[in-house]
Design a protein around this ligand. Structure first.
Ligand code: PLP
Length: 401
């Protein structure tokens, strides 16, 4: 008889978006003519940039010609053309990342989940609460205990190091999903110092870095001195360039990141990650890597930044409406998420039902991201201008009553 990984039974029963889908299904069954506006799931809505599509089409054509056809990529770590392009991108905002330590992935979610494979059991894992669910779920699946660093209204939903806890692994996400908060350099400095003091490893999720417009805010943890000794950075083109359905990302494990094994010997974390990926991952398709390379060309940057500006205009509309209605929120600037306080002390699922029933606007209940998310609610800027404007009109009618 096959034994099961019983840790799976410790996972929260339903994944957040399944609960949401069920409630929407029940509502639309009862109200088939309702015009729902979905501002819940953080998926993009705008098409790929033309330069990206051209690169993908050309690469696909190369695959159909004997002389330019490609099979497995030798290393599985990504073609040099893309690793060099990512390194150049980091340089553009002041971070020095060697192409050799960049591994191309099929997106941030898989690497955020898989990275735990290279760490042993018994680690003290610090996750900010609320957080993107993969960090907690992947640790629960591996049988690890998670302790929380609280993101609250008082600290602007930017949790700081829990100094009384000796962390081994730390998950940070900035700009944050779900709260939209962004760590300043001084705040990241505190996390890096805390990690170095504890000999801990930070797993830094930068999936939303492209939304940062304030030049003083760090778009990479490697802008903090010493971070290469303690941090892995995971990023993705999903939100940067609309790759949610195309799938491409990258993970950086610096050579300076070294931990001790049980014999007291130094082990390069990059060696473990490369070994793990070498055994379990065969790389990203050639056309997708060529498409990703195009994102980092001057033309690609201009086209993808125009799309981000489009979403930022939606975020601005939502934030302005919250300002007008006196609704408290974080995010909206330097982030595609607006994290707002449910009015009248409603819990976040009650607020979800209230918005669905009264104005047919769907958001994401904050409670789904952790205990500190209760009473809070996430709206995303990934809709169209028209639907965002319509949703905000409905908000105004409802809350001005
Ligand atoms: N990290 C965060 C914080 C996210 O919000 C998401 C997606 O919503 C991801 C990672 C996953 O991105 P990808 O599409 O690259 O797997």
């Amino acid at each position: 008889m096959a034994k099961l990984n019983e840790n799976f039974f410790k996972l929260k029963k339903n994944y957040l978006f399944i609960d949401i889908a069920k409630r929407i299904k029940a509502y639309t069954a009862a109200h088939p003519d309702a015009k729902l506006i979905r501002m819940g799931i953080g998926d993009v809505t705008q098409p790929l940039a033309p330069v990206v599509v051209d690169a993908m089409v050309n690469a696909a054509k190369e695959m159909g010609v004997k002389e330019t056809f490609r099979g497995y990529e030798d290393s599985g770590a990504g073609y040099d053309f893309l690793r060099n392009a990512v390194s150049g991108y980091y340089k553009s905002f002041g971070a020095d990342v060697d192409p050799a330590v960049i591994r191309i992935s099929d997106g941030a979610k898989s690497d955020c989940g898989n990275i735990i494979d290279i760490f042993g059991s018994g680690n003290t894992v610090v996750v900010t609460d609320p957080a993107y669910p993969v960090y907690v779920d992947s640790n629960v699946m591996s049988g690890n205990e998670v302790v929380y660093a609280n993101s609250t209204e008082e600290n602007g939903f930017a949790a700081m190091p829990p100094k009384d806890i000796k962390a081994d692994l730390i998950y940070l996400c900035s700009p944050n999903n779900p709260t939209g908060s962004v760590y300043t350099k001084a705040q990241l400095r505190e996390w890096v110092d805390y990690a170095l003091e504890n000999n801990a490893v930070i797993i830094f999720d930068a999936a939303y870095e492209a939304f940062i417009t304030d030049p003083d805010l760090p778009r990479s943890i490697y802008l903090i001195e010493g971070a290469k000794k303690c941090a892995i950075e995971i990023c993705s083109l999903s939100k940067t360039a609309g790759f949610t359905g195309t799938r491409c990302g990258y993970t950086i494990v610096p050579d300076e990141l070294v931990q001790k094994n049980s014999k007291g010997e130094d082990v390069k974390i990059a060696d473990l990650w490369n070994r793990r990926q070498g055994s379990k991952f065969n790389g990203v398709s050639y056309p997708v890597q060529r498409a990703a390379e195009a994102v980092f060309t001057p033309e690609g940057q201009a086209q993808t930044k125009a799309t981000i500006a489009y979403y930022q205009e939606n975020a601005r509309m939502i934030a302005k409406t919250c300002d007008e209605l006196g609704i408290k929120y974080t995010g909206g600037i330097n982030s595609p998420y607006i994290w707002l306080k449910s009015p009248n002390d409603m819990d976040s699922w009650a607020f979800f039902d209230y918005l669905l029933n009264e104005i047919q606007v769907v958001g994401t209940p904050g409670a789904g991201f952790g205990a500190n998310g209760d009473g809070w609610f996430r709206l995303t800027a990934f809709s169209t201008h028209e639907l965002t404007a319509e949703a905000m009109e409905r908000f105004k009618k409802l809350f001005k009553k």
